[in-house]
Design a protein around this ligand. Structure first.
Ligand code: PLP
Length: 406
């Protein structure tokens, strides 16, 4: 496997040329959203410039072209994640909507006393939809704990599974700790207990090879904007036999076969779950992001990020007062930290003055913050275009600000 040519990659990302307070931008907030390559930006521009037409509605050429682009993207995404067929790929607005879709729709198949298993490291978007559902239908939520490294306690997980467990929702990669959870193993356990599993793949999709069939996932959710694609587009993969028995999520155009005031016959998959006009321009541009990932190679990206992670972590550990949260073996390129007792915002603001973009706060994971005993952390997260020079500049910046904060 050849190493990534980061100089070549960086030339494809116009935003990386920005200067912040006179410094070259060092973008280490990739967990929140990744930057966008020119190929994706061009596809968005072209989609509005000379070929905008609504999908699935017109016989005219532009509409036919738009429909073809959207359905080609669906097929490409299906292939990229190893889905059995493209009808198992539903376009949504993001991971959050994908999870809400499952909670609202599959949730209607659950009854009072049924149980849902979550983990302590879930993002709020993989907690709150289940809480809303639990309230509506009288369900019980149970939570898998973790150890101090950020590794889930699988024995405790197995003890939580029982004949009332209907669904397990687990993040593939923690957006705070970087932990890569053993989802294939957890899915096998859940299936033995008769439960289905939703995997929140928001932090996995651009950083490791995802194969929904190899994982045997029932649902897999992710967002385009975290995989070098446009904002406002998400994907829900669902296993066909589950999607077929799920009631519609939202009503409207596109999701029907026939409508009369006596009743409505719903469309087949995947359109049954895609009410209204989608962001067809964004969906077509997502294809460019998937092509970019395929051409670059997600395994090469993963290897590059792993080296960067190791390099940065080793040097951070030498800094006086540094506290790193999340040390699970094989973790992804996300480093949460605090310097002494300094507030994460203060660290984030000082880094910003040096041109370094990191995330601060609770990262939409307040239950996890509670488990860690902090109100928030600083989070540096790396992607394909980040370099060792940036890593050195980041370490130098931390060394410079640490004495002011510790
Ligand atoms: N799940 C995880 C693990 C995340 O990191 C995020 C976003 O940060 C989400 C879900 C929500 O993604 P979105 O806001 O794109 O719907």
């Amino acid at each position: 496997m050849t190493a990534l040519d980061t100089a070549d990659i960086r030339r494809q990302f116009p935003a990386l040329g920005r200067k912040i307070y006179g410094h070259e931008l060092i973008y280490f907030d990739n967990t929140a959203t990744t930057q966008t390559p020119a190929a994706v930006i061009d596809a968005i521009r072209d989609g509005y410039l000379d070929s905008k037409a609504n999908v699935h509605r017109g016989v005219h050429t532009l509409s036919q072209e738009a429909t073809a682009r959207q359905e080609a993207t669906r097929a490409l995404v299906a292939r990229y994640i190893g889905a059995a067929d493209s009808e198992e790929v539903i376009f949504t607005r993001g991971t959050t909507e994908s999870i809400n879709l499952v909670a609202s729709s599959y949730g209607q198949l659950m009854n009072e006393g049924d149980e849902i298993v979550l983990t302590v490291m879930e993002h709020h978007s993989d907690i709150v939809p289940w809480q809303l559902l639990a309230e509506r239908r009288g369900l019980k939520i149970r939570v898998v704990p973790m150890d101090d490294r950020g590794v889930l306690d699988l024995d405790a997980y197995r003890r939580l599974l029982n004949d009332r467990t209907r669904l397990v929702a687990v993040t593939h990669v923690s957006n705070v700790l970087g932990t890569v959870n053993p989802v294939a193993e957890m899915i096998a356990d859940a299936h033995r207990a008769g439960a289905v599993v939703l995997v929140d793949g928001a932090q996995a999709i651009a950083h490791l090879r995802v194969d929904v069939r190899a994982l045997d996932a029932d649902f897999y959710a992710f967002s385009s904007h975290k995989m070098y694609g446009p904002c406002g587009i998400g994907v829900l993969y669902g296993r066909r036999e589950l999607l077929e028995k799920m009631p519609p999520y939202q009503g409207g155009g596109e999701m029907i076969k026939t409508v009369s005031f006596d009743g409505t016959v719903f469309a087949d998959l995947p359109f049954r779950f895609e009410a209204g006009t989608p962001d067809f321009v964004g969906i077509a541009a997502l294809a460019k992001a998937v092509e970019w990932l395929e051409a670059t190679g997600v395994e090469r990206i993963a290897a590059h990020e792993e080296k960067l992670l190791e390099y940065v972590t080793e040097r951070m550990a030498e800094i006086e007062g540094m506290r790193i949260f999340g040390t699970a073996p094989g973790k992804g390129s996300i480093i949460s930290f605090l310097i002494g007792n300094a507030h994460s915002y203060d660290t984030g603001l000082l880094l910003d003055k040096l041109g370094i973009a990191v995330r601060t706060g609770h990262h939409c994971a307040q239950p996890l913050m509670e488990r860690l005993g902090v109100s928030g952390t600083v989070r540096a997260s790396m992607a394909a275009y980040n370099t060792f020079e940036e890593a050195d500049a980041f370490i130098a910046a931390l060394r410079r600000i640490a004495p002011m904060l510790a």
